[in-house]
Design a protein around this ligand. Sequence first.
Ligand SMILES: [Zn+2]
Length: 244
Amino acid sequence: MEYTKKESSPERPQNPQQARPATDIRKMVQDDRVLALCELSGDLLFHKIPHEKIPRFVDGSLSAGREAAKAYKGKDMEALCAQKGIKILWKESGETRIGVTWRGQSAFGKNGCEITLVRESIRTLAENSTPLWDSPSGDDPLLSPQDALQLHLAHEFFHYLEYESNDPVSSRMDEIVTFQLFGWKRHAHINKCSEVAAHAFAKEAMGLPVLPNYFDYLYLVHTGKMTQAEFEAFLAHSQSVLNR
Ligand SMILES: [Zn+2]
């Protein structure tokens, strides 16, 4: 018996400004370490991390999130929040900080735990989740509004777990020296380690194909706040730092 497989390439408009081949971008996006470093490099103290320690911060944060997700794979995040007594509150529209979309916030404390979500932001995150490379889904968004909701809740649920265990990922990672004078040193943690871990948790728990901060960048590109070329250069830079 003969088995034949026809490969058909979809017709797509050529983008003359695209300097990097789509395959390279796809590889970078699918590499959690590259997207993790994109997130980590936004930390105010990132420049204080010694170069040789950067991979440890990236890998340690990613594995902390993945490890925590093992117990929550495929779980409904709304149900999990209800089980833990976390209230979910809704706001109709959100504020935007400079270049950053405000999708919600969470407050965990002795007097109760709550996650506030912004309906408009969850909707626009889903609407702007069309991938930037050839994809079987074509021009369809990768996230449905329900996915975007689950994603946001998964991210915040991870921060709840950090609160509950009183052991945030950023505190588990090495401290870095922020200032030194005559042998006297000041130390600090890298807060973005918790963000990277929360992304890894959400990816693993939901079975997503990419580290979900990718959707934040897609949103920025699709809404004109970042060009595709800038995003690609950002990815390439992160990759080069990791390959150093
Ligand atoms: Zn977070």
